[in-house]
Design a protein around this ligand. Structure first.
Ligand code: HEC
Ligand code: HEC
Ligand code: HEC
Ligand code: HEC
Ligand code: HEC
Ligand code: HEC
Length: 427
């Protein structure tokens, strides 16, 4: 009898070991995906040609030079641009000199190979439940692809408990048939839940460990949910938002073809937290004279005049008319988030295009990045603070250098100066 029970638990054990093996294997296969999400997804879409900060990487192997060019580029693109590599300098110029992160020291060639493998593999499209499919316009299918390994562990524990409980009930009935034949009193048959309860009382310590694991999983997923706010909840991700504006104002025409500096119109971007949207008066600096556009003739520019009562025929203003243009805001952070342009543009020396894409190519302004907490944090984890020759940091830099003296290869990322502290971004 006992033999039979032992055999059952042996089978269970084999099944367990086998499923652990499968799980860990599938985790390995996801490494490239994980690395991509951690390092590249902020700026690239892996399997579409959708432009965000960097180009979509669909079909990238057909356009880049053959051989190990792509590996070298990913590890240190700056070196290649500075070295004058033809294709590198070409795409750098083409994407508005938006700088890609340098991964030297963070990713080795094996990591890059895994990432490239992931880019090469077209995503398995898993039918997403509900309205989730269009959640993140970059990688609609990737999100639904992998199961969180923590849920695997959780599932595992549940299966284990069920298994153990049913083993006990098997044992009880075996014991009973034995008892019956030997005319001993039968142990009462118990319901499944009674079995579970009994097992739990009998294995307090083990249960304690499970409880700790489960609460850890709970906390971890809460943290993940926080960290991904706006990625998992599609009603929040506004990436790709491109509202029709009251006037057909084109950045491509103004900032691109006519090379008007961003600061000419967004004049407070270096001085305050807001970049600011220009008032009609700024438009009038030029449009008093420029009364006709290349595409819409007088029609669109007439709306500027209607806004402040300008009569182009007599070149006079009717001061009783004041209808400020009602621009629709493209980028919207919730009120509890504090973001400061001058901190990023002047102190951090980050290009506009890193966060806004290349406006010089856009006829209609569009939100090119997710603007989620994850997006902010990933950049803060990776980006090194420009301290050398940055007056703002003279004292701090000295202090940090002393603190980390003797430690090799320290990177003074934004994280190190406190860029992940909740209070820095939240009121
Ligand atoms: C901070 C944003 C950013 C991050 C992070 C980033 N890239 Fe880029 N990447 C760019 C930009 C911008 C370009 C376009 C060239 C330029 O302006 O330097 C680019 C270009 C590329 C190209 C060439 C594309 C083409 O069409 O020729 C490849 C390949 C590439 N990146 C791969 C990666 C991989 C892999 C990672 C992650 C390990 C990564 N990038 C991380 C911004 C980024
Ligand atoms: C001639 C004036 C002008 C110039 C030059 C200009 N912009 Fe704008 N920008 C505007 C106006 C007007 C709006 C509001 C209408 C719109 O969203 O298109 C705007 C909107 C924007 C927005 C979206 C704001 C929002 O609502 O979230 C961004 C981002 C932006 N500009 C960045 C830039 C960058 C970067 C440059 C330089 C490459 C630039 N702009 C050059 C006038 C200008
Ligand atoms: C520094 C000069 C300058 C400023 C400031 C400026 N524009 Fe322009 N705008 C131009 C030029 C140059 C053209 C193109 C004229 C041409 O090519 O014939 C133009 C064309 C236009 C057109 C016509 C588009 C078409 O295709 O028909 C519109 C609409 C327009 N601007 C709106 C605005 C608005 C709104 C503002 C203020 C937010 C503004 N502009 C500020 C220089 C300026
Ligand atoms: C580190 C990322 C980052 C950089 C760099 C950056 N912006 Fe922004 N920008 C944002 C965010 C985030 C918002 C949304 C702010 C909000 O809703 O409060 C925004 C909003 C804007 C707006 C809308 C008006 C406003 O002030 O909220 C304009 C215009 C704008 N940016 C222009 C620029 C220009 C021009 C540059 C370069 C000189 C630039 N940005 C650089 C992240 C950035
Ligand atoms: C492209 C990279 C990048 C992105 C995206 C980015 N930041 Fe930053 N952020 C920086 C850098 C670099 C600094 C350091 C600037 C400096 O030297 O003070 C910084 C600094 C800050 C600081 C000051 C931190 C401190 O300790 O003084 C705050 C607050 C902040 N960022 C908020 C945000 C928020 C909110 C977002 C998202 C809406 C965001 N950032 C997105 C690069 C980024
Ligand atoms: C670098 C900036 C940054 C830091 C640091 C940061 N957050 Fe956030 N957080 C954001 C941004 C941006 C959003 C808005 C995301 C959105 O609307 O999609 C946000 C949203 C949230 C929300 C969601 C509120 C809502 O609107 O639903 C919570 C909760 C939150 N953060 C908690 C935290 C906690 C806790 C910490 C510290 C561990 C923290 N944040 C640190 C930038 C930051």
């Amino acid at each position: 009898m006992n033999n039979q029970a032992a055999q059952i638990s042996l089978k269970a054990l084999i099944a367990l070991v086998f499923s652990v093996f499968i799980c860990s294997n599938s985790l390995n296969a996801q490494d490239g995906e994980k690395l991509f999400k951690q390092n590249c997804a902020v700026c690239h879409s892996a399997h579409t040609d959708q432009m965000s900060t960097g180009p979509g990487l669909k079909g990238v192997f057909d356009r880049v030079p053959k051989g190990d060019w792509i590996t070298k580029w990913i590890i240190n693109n700056e070196k290649m641009i500075k070295g004058g590599d033809a294709y590198a300098t070409k795409i750098y110029a083409q994407y508005g000199k938006a700088a890609m992160t340098v991964f030297e020291g963070q990713l080795n060639e094996k990591d890059v190979a895994a990432i490239l493998n992931y880019i090469k593999t077209p995503p398995v499209v898993v039918a997403a439940a509900g309205g989730n499919a269009s959640a993140d316009s970059t990688e609609p299918s990737e999100k639904t692809n992998g199961i969180d390994p923590l849920f695997l562990i959780l599932g595992f524990i549940v299966v284990l408990i069920i298994l153990l409980a049913s083993l006990r009930s098997v044992r009880t009935s075996l014991q009973n048939s034995n008892n019956r034949s030997e005319r001993i009193d039968e142990i009462p048959e118990q319901t499944f839940w009674q079995e579970v309860k009994e097992w739990i009382t009998g294995n307090r310590r083990l249960v304690g460990v499970f409880v700790i694991i489960i609460s850890f999983i709970g906390m971890k997923s809460c943290w993940n949910a926080c960290y991904n706010i706006g990625v998992y909840y599609d009603y929040k991700t506004q990436k790709g938002y491109k509202p029709e504006q009251p006037i057909k104002f084109s950045h491509k025409l103004h900032a691109g073809e006519n090379e008007i500096a961003c600061q000419y119109c967004h004049s407070s971007v270096e001085k305050s937290r807001h970049a600011g949207i220009p008032s009609v008066n700024i438009c009038m600096n030029c449009h008093k004279a420029i009364q006709k556009g290349p595409q819409y003739g007088e029609k669109e520019i007439a709306k500027i005049y209607a806004a402040n009562g300008f009569d182009p025929k007599t070149a006079t203003y009717d001061n009783s008319i004041q209808n400020p243009l009602k621009w629709i805001k493209v980028h919207n952070l919730p009120d509890h988030v504090y973001f400061n342009h001058s901190q990023h543009v002047v102190v951090g020396k980050i290009e506009c295009s890193t966060c806004h894409g290349n406006l010089k190519e856009m006829t209609v302004a569009e939100q090119k990045v997710p603007l989620t907490m994850k997006w902010c944090i990933e950049c803060h984890r990776k980006t090194e603070v420009v301290m050398e020759g940055n007056a703002y940091y003279d004292r701090l830099h000295k202090a940090l250098k002393e603190k980390y003296a003797g430690v090799q290869d320290v990177k003074f990322t934004v994280e190190k100066i406190g860029g992940l502290e909740c209070g820095k971004c939240h009121y």
